[in-house]
Write a protein that binds this ligand. Sequence first.
Ligand SMILES: [Zn+2]
Length: 423
Amino acid sequence: MDRAQVELLIENADESVTLQGGSQKPLLGEQMKNLGIINNSSIAINEGKIVAVGKTREIKAKFEAKETVDAEGKVVMPGFVDPHTHLVFAGSRAEEFEMRIQGSTYMEILERGGGILKTVRETREASRDELLESSRKTLDTMLEHGTTTMEAKSGYGLTRTNEVKCLEVMKVLNEKHPVDIVPTFLGAHAIPPEYKNNAGQYVGLIINEMIPEVASRRLAEFCDVFCEKGVFDLRQSGEILLRGKEQGLTPKLHADEMTRLGGAELAAEVGAISASHLLFASDNGLRAMAKQGVMAILLPGASFSLMTGRYADARKMISWGVGVALGTDYNPSCWIESQQIVIALACHQMRLTPSEAITAATINAAHAINRAHTVGSLEAGKKADIAILDVPNHRFLGYRFGTNLIDKVIKDGKLVVDEGKMV
Ligand SMILES: [Zn+2]
Protein backbone atom coordinates (compact mmCIF):
# COMPACT_ATOMS: atom_id res chain seq x y z
CA MET A 1 0.00 0.00 0.00
CA ASP A 2 1.30 3.47 -0.90
CA ARG A 3 1.90 5.72 2.01
CA ALA A 4 0.50 9.25 1.93
CA GLN A 5 3.02 12.09 1.72
CA VAL A 6 2.84 14.62 4.52
CA GLU A 7 5.16 17.52 5.29
CA LEU A 8 6.18 16.50 8.79
CA LEU A 9 6.13 13.47 11.07
CA ILE A 10 6.75 13.72 14.80
CA GLU A 11 7.88 10.19 15.63
CA ASN A 12 8.40 7.80 18.53
CA ALA A 13 7.04 9.91 21.38
CA ASP A 14 6.97 8.10 24.71
CA GLU A 15 3.71 9.90 25.44
CA SER A 16 1.44 11.96 23.25
CA VAL A 17 -0.88 13.91 25.51
CA THR A 18 -3.76 14.35 23.07
CA LEU A 19 -6.58 15.74 25.26
CA GLN A 20 -8.98 14.33 22.70
CA GLY A 21 -12.67 14.68 23.36
CA GLY A 22 -12.74 18.18 24.81
CA SER A 23 -13.19 20.27 21.69
CA GLN A 24 -16.96 20.62 21.89
CA LYS A 25 -17.25 21.19 25.63
CA PRO A 26 -14.65 21.92 28.29
CA LEU A 27 -13.43 18.97 30.35
CA LEU A 28 -15.18 19.10 33.73
CA GLY A 29 -14.70 17.34 37.06
CA GLU A 30 -13.24 13.86 36.69
CA GLN A 31 -12.84 14.37 32.92
CA MET A 32 -9.91 16.70 33.67
CA LYS A 33 -7.83 13.67 34.66
CA ASN A 34 -8.21 11.99 31.28
CA LEU A 35 -5.43 13.29 29.06
CA GLY A 36 -6.02 10.81 26.23
CA ILE A 37 -2.41 9.67 26.37
CA ILE A 38 -1.07 7.49 23.56
CA ASN A 39 2.24 5.80 24.32
CA ASN A 40 4.78 5.08 21.56
CA SER A 41 3.04 7.47 19.25
CA SER A 42 3.56 9.64 16.20
CA ILE A 43 1.80 12.59 14.57
CA ALA A 44 1.37 13.31 10.87
CA ILE A 45 1.24 16.99 9.92
CA ASN A 46 0.41 18.69 6.64
CA GLU A 47 -0.26 22.30 5.62
CA GLY A 48 -0.05 23.49 9.21
CA LYS A 49 -2.66 21.04 10.47
CA ILE A 50 -2.65 17.72 12.27
CA VAL A 51 -3.60 14.91 9.89
CA ALA A 52 -3.43 11.95 12.28
CA VAL A 53 -2.25 10.99 15.78
CA GLY A 54 -1.73 7.37 16.78
CA LYS A 55 0.62 4.52 17.55
CA THR A 56 3.94 4.93 15.76
CA ARG A 57 3.59 1.70 13.76
CA GLU A 58 0.13 2.68 12.51
CA ILE A 59 1.13 6.22 11.57
CA LYS A 60 4.31 5.04 9.84
CA ALA A 61 2.36 2.45 7.88
CA LYS A 62 0.07 5.15 6.51
CA PHE A 63 2.29 8.22 6.13
CA GLU A 64 5.73 9.24 5.01
CA ALA A 65 7.40 12.63 5.23
CA LYS A 66 10.53 14.38 4.01
CA GLU A 67 10.96 15.99 7.38
CA THR A 68 10.83 14.14 10.68
CA VAL A 69 11.26 15.10 14.31
CA ASP A 70 12.32 12.38 16.71
CA ALA A 71 10.52 12.55 20.06
CA GLU A 72 11.92 9.40 21.60
CA GLY A 73 12.10 9.71 25.40
CA LYS A 74 9.93 12.83 25.26
CA VAL A 75 6.38 14.03 25.86
CA VAL A 76 4.42 15.56 23.00
CA MET A 77 1.44 17.74 23.84
CA PRO A 78 -0.60 20.65 22.49
CA GLY A 79 1.12 24.02 22.80
CA PHE A 80 -0.03 25.85 25.92
CA VAL A 81 -2.92 28.27 25.62
CA ASP A 82 -2.59 31.26 27.96
CA PRO A 83 -6.10 32.71 28.41
CA HIS A 84 -5.26 35.79 30.52
CA THR A 85 -2.37 38.18 29.89
CA HIS A 86 -1.78 41.91 29.94
CA LEU A 87 0.80 41.65 27.18
CA VAL A 88 1.31 45.27 26.17
CA PHE A 89 2.80 47.66 28.72
CA ALA A 90 5.88 49.82 29.25
CA GLY A 91 8.34 49.84 32.14
CA SER A 92 8.30 47.64 35.21
CA ARG A 93 7.35 47.74 38.89
CA ALA A 94 10.54 46.36 40.30
CA GLU A 95 10.67 49.08 43.00
CA GLU A 96 7.14 48.34 44.14
CA PHE A 97 8.09 44.70 44.41
CA GLU A 98 10.30 45.65 47.35
CA MET A 99 7.50 47.74 48.90
CA ARG A 100 5.14 44.79 48.62
CA ILE A 101 7.68 42.50 50.24
CA GLN A 102 7.85 44.95 53.13
CA GLY A 103 4.09 44.85 53.58
CA SER A 104 2.42 47.47 51.36
CA THR A 105 -0.77 46.10 49.82
CA TYR A 106 -1.78 46.34 46.19
CA MET A 107 -4.54 48.81 47.04
CA GLU A 108 -2.24 51.00 49.21
CA ILE A 109 0.24 51.26 46.35
CA LEU A 110 -2.58 52.10 43.92
CA GLU A 111 -3.92 54.84 46.22
CA ARG A 112 -0.45 56.42 46.23
CA GLY A 113 -0.47 56.61 42.44
CA GLY A 114 1.62 53.50 41.93
CA GLY A 115 0.62 50.11 40.62
CA ILE A 116 -1.53 50.24 37.52
CA LEU A 117 -1.32 54.04 37.45
CA LYS A 118 2.48 54.03 37.14
CA THR A 119 2.25 51.60 34.25
CA VAL A 120 -0.49 53.72 32.64
CA ARG A 121 1.77 56.81 32.73
CA GLU A 122 4.66 54.89 31.18
CA THR A 123 2.50 53.14 28.57
CA ARG A 124 0.92 56.43 27.46
CA GLU A 125 4.40 57.92 26.99
CA ALA A 126 5.72 54.91 25.09
CA SER A 127 5.72 54.95 21.31
CA ARG A 128 4.08 52.24 19.26
CA ASP A 129 7.53 50.96 18.23
CA GLU A 130 8.74 50.75 21.83
CA LEU A 131 5.65 48.75 22.81
CA LEU A 132 6.03 46.52 19.76
CA GLU A 133 9.62 45.75 20.67
CA SER A 134 9.02 45.03 24.37
CA SER A 135 5.95 42.90 23.66
CA ARG A 136 7.73 40.98 20.91
CA LYS A 137 10.43 39.99 23.39
CA THR A 138 7.78 38.74 25.78
CA LEU A 139 6.15 36.70 23.01
CA ASP A 140 9.50 35.14 22.13
CA THR A 141 9.95 34.05 25.75
CA MET A 142 6.41 32.71 25.97
CA LEU A 143 6.86 30.73 22.77
CA GLU A 144 10.15 29.31 24.04
CA HIS A 145 8.21 28.13 27.09
CA GLY A 146 5.62 26.39 24.95
CA THR A 147 2.78 28.90 24.64
CA THR A 148 1.40 28.99 21.10
CA THR A 149 -1.91 30.86 21.61
CA MET A 150 -2.65 33.59 24.09
CA GLU A 151 -5.21 36.16 25.01
CA ALA A 152 -3.95 39.73 25.50
CA LYS A 153 -5.71 42.66 27.12
CA SER A 154 -5.37 46.37 26.63
CA GLY A 155 -5.90 48.44 29.77
CA TYR A 156 -2.78 50.53 30.36
CA GLY A 157 -3.79 53.31 27.98
CA LEU A 158 -7.13 54.35 29.49
CA THR A 159 -7.75 56.98 26.82
CA ARG A 160 -9.36 56.29 23.50
CA THR A 161 -6.11 56.90 21.60
CA ASN A 162 -3.88 54.94 23.95
CA GLU A 163 -6.21 51.96 24.26
CA VAL A 164 -6.39 51.81 20.47
CA LYS A 165 -2.59 52.14 20.29
CA CYS A 166 -2.15 49.04 22.48
CA LEU A 167 -4.75 47.02 20.56
CA GLU A 168 -3.06 47.97 17.28
CA VAL A 169 0.27 46.77 18.68
CA MET A 170 -1.37 43.40 19.36
CA LYS A 171 -2.76 43.29 15.85
CA VAL A 172 0.67 43.86 14.31
CA LEU A 173 2.26 41.27 16.61
CA ASN A 174 -0.45 38.74 15.78
CA GLU A 175 0.38 39.16 12.09
CA LYS A 176 4.17 39.12 12.49
CA HIS A 177 4.84 36.74 15.37
CA PRO A 178 4.22 32.97 15.33
CA VAL A 179 2.18 33.12 18.59
CA ASP A 180 -1.54 33.67 17.95
CA ILE A 181 -2.96 36.59 19.94
CA VAL A 182 -6.64 36.87 20.81
CA PRO A 183 -7.31 40.51 21.76
CA THR A 184 -9.46 41.80 24.64
CA PHE A 185 -10.49 45.40 25.26
CA LEU A 186 -9.94 46.25 28.94
CA GLY A 187 -10.50 50.01 29.00
CA ALA A 188 -12.14 49.38 32.38
CA HIS A 189 -8.90 48.28 34.03
CA ALA A 190 -8.56 51.28 36.38
CA ILE A 191 -10.08 54.72 36.83
CA PRO A 192 -7.56 57.03 35.11
CA PRO A 193 -6.16 59.79 37.35
CA GLU A 194 -7.89 62.53 35.33
CA TYR A 195 -11.27 60.96 36.23
CA LYS A 196 -10.34 60.24 39.84
CA ASN A 197 -13.40 62.03 41.22
CA ASN A 198 -15.64 61.30 38.31
CA ALA A 199 -15.63 57.60 37.56
CA GLY A 200 -19.10 57.86 36.03
CA GLN A 201 -17.78 60.13 33.32
CA TYR A 202 -15.03 57.64 32.47
CA VAL A 203 -17.58 54.82 32.28
CA GLY A 204 -19.50 57.04 29.85
CA LEU A 205 -16.36 57.46 27.73
CA ILE A 206 -15.86 53.69 27.61
CA ILE A 207 -19.48 53.06 26.68
CA ASN A 208 -20.01 55.89 24.21
CA GLU A 209 -16.62 56.21 22.52
CA MET A 210 -14.16 53.43 23.19
CA ILE A 211 -16.38 50.35 22.76
CA PRO A 212 -17.94 51.55 19.48
CA GLU A 213 -14.50 52.31 18.00
CA VAL A 214 -12.91 49.05 19.17
CA ALA A 215 -15.90 47.02 17.95
CA SER A 216 -16.32 48.71 14.58
CA ARG A 217 -12.60 48.39 13.81
CA ARG A 218 -12.62 44.76 15.08
CA LEU A 219 -9.68 45.47 17.36
CA ALA A 220 -10.91 43.06 20.04
CA GLU A 221 -13.09 39.96 20.45
CA PHE A 222 -13.76 40.35 24.15
CA CYS A 223 -14.59 43.15 26.54
CA ASP A 224 -13.24 42.79 30.08
CA VAL A 225 -13.73 44.79 33.32
CA PHE A 226 -11.75 44.91 36.55
CA CYS A 227 -14.78 44.55 38.82
CA GLU A 228 -13.42 45.29 42.30
CA LYS A 229 -14.04 47.46 45.34
CA GLY A 230 -12.53 50.89 44.60
CA VAL A 231 -12.28 50.19 40.86
CA PHE A 232 -15.49 49.40 38.88
CA ASP A 233 -18.53 48.39 40.90
CA LEU A 234 -21.10 45.79 39.89
CA ARG A 235 -23.45 48.25 38.25
CA GLN A 236 -20.71 49.96 36.20
CA SER A 237 -19.20 46.59 35.24
CA GLY A 238 -22.58 45.29 34.10
CA GLU A 239 -23.23 48.40 32.00
CA ILE A 240 -19.85 48.18 30.28
CA LEU A 241 -20.11 44.45 29.61
CA LEU A 242 -23.62 44.66 28.20
CA ARG A 243 -22.68 47.59 25.98
CA GLY A 244 -19.72 45.57 24.68
CA LYS A 245 -21.94 42.54 24.11
CA GLU A 246 -24.43 44.62 22.17
CA GLN A 247 -21.53 45.67 19.90
CA GLY A 248 -20.28 42.11 19.41
CA LEU A 249 -17.62 41.94 22.13
CA THR A 250 -18.07 38.84 24.30
CA PRO A 251 -17.95 39.66 28.04
CA LYS A 252 -15.07 38.61 30.31
CA LEU A 253 -14.53 39.64 33.88
CA HIS A 254 -11.88 40.12 36.59
CA ALA A 255 -14.09 38.97 39.45
CA ASP A 256 -13.93 38.63 43.24
CA GLU A 257 -10.14 38.84 43.39
CA MET A 258 -9.73 40.85 46.60
CA THR A 259 -13.25 41.19 47.97
CA ARG A 260 -16.57 39.37 47.63
CA LEU A 261 -18.37 41.78 45.35
CA GLY A 262 -20.59 39.39 43.40
CA GLY A 263 -18.43 39.26 40.27
CA ALA A 264 -19.04 35.55 39.73
CA GLU A 265 -22.80 36.12 39.80
CA LEU A 266 -22.44 39.02 37.38
CA ALA A 267 -20.37 36.90 34.98
CA ALA A 268 -23.16 34.32 34.87
CA GLU A 269 -25.81 37.00 34.52
CA VAL A 270 -24.25 38.78 31.52
CA GLY A 271 -23.30 35.50 29.80
CA ALA A 272 -19.54 36.02 30.13
CA ILE A 273 -17.26 33.45 28.50
CA SER A 274 -14.98 33.57 31.55
CA ALA A 275 -14.42 35.07 34.98
CA SER A 276 -10.86 35.35 36.29
CA HIS A 277 -9.31 35.20 39.80
CA LEU A 278 -12.41 34.28 41.92
CA LEU A 279 -10.54 34.03 45.24
CA PHE A 280 -13.55 35.43 47.08
CA ALA A 281 -16.32 34.12 44.81
CA SER A 282 -19.47 33.10 46.69
CA ASP A 283 -20.92 29.60 46.51
CA ASN A 284 -23.97 30.98 44.73
CA GLY A 285 -21.73 32.69 42.22
CA LEU A 286 -19.77 29.52 41.49
CA ARG A 287 -22.97 27.48 41.09
CA ALA A 288 -24.30 30.10 38.69
CA MET A 289 -21.08 29.93 36.69
CA ALA A 290 -21.31 26.13 36.48
CA LYS A 291 -24.92 26.36 35.35
CA GLN A 292 -24.25 28.99 32.68
CA GLY A 293 -20.98 27.42 31.51
CA VAL A 294 -18.77 30.41 32.45
CA MET A 295 -15.13 29.29 32.50
CA ALA A 296 -13.14 30.06 35.65
CA ILE A 297 -9.68 31.32 34.72
CA LEU A 298 -7.49 30.75 37.75
CA LEU A 299 -4.28 32.74 38.09
CA PRO A 300 -2.16 31.27 40.89
CA GLY A 301 0.76 33.45 39.75
CA ALA A 302 -1.27 36.52 40.73
CA SER A 303 -1.87 35.10 44.22
CA PHE A 304 1.81 34.23 44.49
CA SER A 305 2.77 37.78 43.47
CA LEU A 306 0.29 39.39 45.89
CA MET A 307 1.91 37.42 48.73
CA THR A 308 -1.32 37.02 50.68
CA GLY A 309 -1.06 33.24 50.80
CA ARG A 310 -4.63 32.97 49.53
CA TYR A 311 -5.50 31.04 46.38
CA ALA A 312 -8.79 30.38 44.59
CA ASP A 313 -10.59 27.22 45.69
CA ALA A 314 -9.94 25.20 42.56
CA ARG A 315 -10.91 21.88 44.16
CA LYS A 316 -14.36 23.17 45.00
CA MET A 317 -14.83 24.57 41.51
CA ILE A 318 -13.79 21.30 39.87
CA SER A 319 -16.05 19.22 42.12
CA TRP A 320 -18.98 21.54 41.41
CA GLY A 321 -18.56 21.23 37.66
CA VAL A 322 -17.17 24.71 36.95
CA GLY A 323 -14.92 24.69 33.87
CA VAL A 324 -11.42 25.49 35.13
CA ALA A 325 -8.63 27.05 33.04
CA LEU A 326 -5.20 28.35 34.08
CA GLY A 327 -3.41 31.50 32.91
CA THR A 328 -0.29 33.48 33.74
CA ASP A 329 -1.92 36.91 34.30
CA TYR A 330 1.35 38.21 32.82
CA ASN A 331 1.52 41.90 33.83
CA PRO A 332 4.06 44.21 35.52
CA SER A 333 3.04 43.15 39.04
CA CYS A 334 3.03 39.43 38.12
CA TRP A 335 5.84 39.00 35.65
CA ILE A 336 5.27 35.36 34.77
CA GLU A 337 5.62 34.28 31.16
CA SER A 338 5.59 30.50 31.53
CA GLN A 339 2.52 28.31 31.81
CA GLN A 340 4.88 25.67 33.21
CA ILE A 341 5.35 27.82 36.32
CA VAL A 342 1.61 28.35 36.55
CA ILE A 343 1.04 24.60 36.39
CA ALA A 344 3.58 24.11 39.19
CA LEU A 345 1.85 26.75 41.35
CA ALA A 346 -1.57 25.22 40.64
CA CYS A 347 -0.28 21.79 41.71
CA HIS A 348 1.49 22.99 44.83
CA GLN A 349 -0.93 25.68 46.05
CA MET A 350 -4.31 24.63 44.66
CA ARG A 351 -3.81 20.86 44.77
CA LEU A 352 -4.49 20.25 41.13
CA THR A 353 -2.90 17.07 39.84
CA PRO A 354 -0.53 17.52 36.88
CA SER A 355 -3.24 16.01 34.63
CA GLU A 356 -5.86 18.50 35.80
CA ALA A 357 -3.43 21.40 35.47
CA ILE A 358 -2.41 20.34 31.95
CA THR A 359 -6.08 20.16 30.92
CA ALA A 360 -6.64 23.62 32.42
CA ALA A 361 -3.66 25.12 30.56
CA THR A 362 -4.54 23.65 27.14
CA ILE A 363 -8.02 22.62 26.01
CA ASN A 364 -9.92 24.33 28.83
CA ALA A 365 -7.86 27.49 28.35
CA ALA A 366 -8.80 27.34 24.67
CA HIS A 367 -12.48 27.21 25.66
CA ALA A 368 -11.98 30.30 27.82
CA ILE A 369 -10.96 32.30 24.73
CA ASN A 370 -13.22 30.64 22.17
CA ARG A 371 -10.46 28.74 20.39
CA ALA A 372 -11.25 25.13 21.34
CA HIS A 373 -12.29 24.36 17.76
CA THR A 374 -8.77 25.07 16.46
CA VAL A 375 -6.24 24.53 19.30
CA GLY A 376 -5.77 22.97 22.74
CA SER A 377 -5.68 19.28 21.76
CA LEU A 378 -3.89 16.97 19.34
CA GLU A 379 -6.63 15.90 16.96
CA ALA A 380 -6.95 15.59 13.20
CA GLY A 381 -8.00 18.90 11.67
CA LYS A 382 -6.63 21.08 14.44
CA LYS A 383 -3.68 23.44 14.09
CA ALA A 384 -0.33 21.69 14.40
CA ASP A 385 0.60 23.77 17.47
CA ILE A 386 2.69 21.32 19.44
CA ALA A 387 5.09 21.36 22.38
CA ILE A 388 7.72 18.66 22.83
CA LEU A 389 9.01 18.38 26.39
CA ASP A 390 12.27 16.79 27.36
CA VAL A 391 10.77 14.77 30.21
CA PRO A 392 9.89 11.07 30.49
CA ASN A 393 6.20 11.61 31.27
CA HIS A 394 3.60 14.33 31.76
CA ARG A 395 3.80 14.19 35.59
CA PHE A 396 7.08 16.07 35.40
CA LEU A 397 5.02 19.17 34.59
CA GLY A 398 4.40 20.82 37.94
CA TYR A 399 6.83 18.50 39.66
CA ARG A 400 10.08 19.65 38.06
CA PHE A 401 9.82 23.40 37.86
CA GLY A 402 11.84 26.56 37.56
CA THR A 403 13.61 25.30 34.44
CA ASN A 404 12.21 25.29 30.93
CA LEU A 405 11.16 21.72 30.05
CA ILE A 406 10.57 22.61 26.39
CA ASP A 407 12.76 20.96 23.79
CA LYS A 408 10.86 21.92 20.63
CA VAL A 409 7.80 23.90 19.62
CA ILE A 410 5.97 23.38 16.34
CA LYS A 411 3.65 26.25 15.36
CA ASP A 412 1.30 25.89 12.39
CA GLY A 413 3.34 22.85 11.37
CA LYS A 414 6.71 24.64 11.41
CA LEU A 415 9.57 24.14 13.84
CA VAL A 416 9.90 27.49 15.65
CA VAL A 417 11.75 26.48 18.84
CA ASP A 418 14.57 23.97 19.08
CA GLU A 419 16.43 23.04 22.26
CA GLY A 420 14.30 25.63 24.07
CA LYS A 421 15.35 28.53 21.80
CA MET A 422 13.68 30.28 18.88
CA VAL A 423 15.11 29.02 15.58
ZN1 LIG B 1 -5.68 40.45 34.82
